[in-house]
Design a protein around this ligand. Structure first.
Ligand code: SAM
Length: 379
């Protein structure tokens, strides 16, 4: 545990905010968080519209399981699906081992993880992350031991499980070696500066959490990374959780949303016609097909519903999505929707039943009242 929070907002939030800002700037699509713990960062990232694939890895499956279900889509995600696909995958495994499913990411984050590894394992981590996974960018954060004297009451390391805490020079030596070996460049920054007055020179202690932001040089091939075809497929991690968010890029979802819009607009136009509020529409573009049927031309829906245009792009795509959908009846030439007023038809059917009995309306009332009385007395 880090000692008493001396930062507001707390340091862990600042580290996550650093990642969020990076993703916003770089429009990052595929992110894997190593040492994701209880998935707090992943949870924040799932709301970022740029991201399409979000993965987390931790050696401790139990801690991941605690909150992993909070990564599932919410009802609102189904009611208003986004236009980007988002998949989330959680793996239990060690960052010292390779797994082919983690190659090809845009960004790997390692937030306060490396100090939990033995130094020999940090070497393996470097090989796995920079040599094998070979993402475009890597963000590594780790405690800056030079800041420790400013942490009230701290004796030894900041956490009982830390195997080391590096000075800025030690972190930079490791980072520059990694760059040379695997073809990356790096800049150094951090979060959590010493409070004013703690030091005459703000740089004396540096940031509480030091950060290295690595960027891969050139393409995968000339960056000393094995191309996919030369790498054996390895699957050493266990998939704990996987979920795909509903997205408009999925044709079934898109079709469902378009059909909902069509049903809303056809019903609205039908009502307007029934209420005699749209004389023009009534006479010009809605042709009465049957007693309670209404024909709504697709071009009319196309022009009155901007969402349909946005969703479908072209009128022919719109038509295509409506064809063969069980909730939509198109005219034979597929240029209009045929709407039947089912409630009105039902009312008519009831009225016709009434007529069939040969009773007057008053007699019918008494007839049904008597039936109801009998039914009540049977209870
Ligand atoms: N990244 C988290 C965050 O930003 O809130 C906090 C990380 S926590 C301090 C360190 C995590 O590293 C723990 O969840 C631990 O289980 C995980 N860890 C330790 N050794 C690991 C290894 N070899 N492979 C994967 N995860 C490991």
């Amino acid at each position: 545990m880090e000692p008493k929070p001396i930062f507001n907002p707390p340091l862990h939030q600042r580290r996550h905010q650093f990642v969020v800002d990076f993703i916003k700037r770089n429009k990052t699509k595929k992110v894997v968080d190593l040492g994701c713990c209880d998935c707090t960062l992943l949870h924040r990232l799932k709301f970022h519209h740029e991201i399409e694939l979000l993965s987390g890895v931790d050696i401790n499956g139990e801690v991941m399981k605690k909150k992993m279900r909070s990564l599932a889509p919410l009802p609102a995600d189904y009611l208003q699906p986004g236009d980007r696909p988002l998949s989330i995958e959680l793996y239990q495994g060690s960052v010292t081992q390779k797994d082919s499913r983690l190659r090809g990411f845009d960004l790997v984050t390692s937030i306060e993880l490396i100090e939990h590894l033995q130094l020999a394992d940090v070497e393996l981590f470097s090989e796995v992350v920079f040599g094998f996974m070979a993402p475009v960018s890597v963000i590594v954060t780790t405690p800056n031991s030079e800041f420790n004297p400013l942490l009230p009451g701290l004796v030894g390391f900041r956490h009982f499980d830390h195997k080391f805490e590096w000075t800025r020079a030690e972190f930079q030596t490791w980072a520059l070696k990694v760059c040379e070996e695997y073809g990356y460049e790096v800049y150094f920054t951090g979060v959590g500066l010493a409070p004013p007055g703690a030091s005459p020179t703000p740089t004396k202690f540096g940031f509480c959490s030091q950060i290295g932001v690595f960027q891969r040089l050139g393409t995968t091939e000339n960056a000393c990374v094995m191309p996919s075809s030369d790498v054996d497929e390895v699957f050493s991690y266990t998939l704990l959780y996987s979920v795909a968010y509903p997205s408009l890029r999925d044709n079934n979802i898109l079709q469902g949303v378009v059909v909902n819009e069509v049903m809303y607009w056809t019903e609205r136009l039908r009502r307007e016609r029934m209420e005699g509020r749209t004389r023009e529409v009534d006479e010009d573009s809605q042709v009465q097909a049957g007693r309670h049927d209404v024909i709504v031309p697709l071009v009319q829906l196309w022009s009155c519903c901007p969402k349909v245009k946005d969703l479908c792009g072209t009128l022919s795509h719109f038509t295509q999505l409506l064809l063969d959908h069980p909730l939509v009846t198109l005219t034979q030439d597929a240029t209009a929707v045929l709407v039947t007023d089912q409630r009105q038809d039902q009312e008519d059917a009831e009225y016709e039943d009434l007529e069939d009995t040969g009773c007057t309306e008053t007699e019918q009332y008494f007839l049904s009242a008597t039936q109801e009385d009998d039914w009540e007395s049977e209870l």
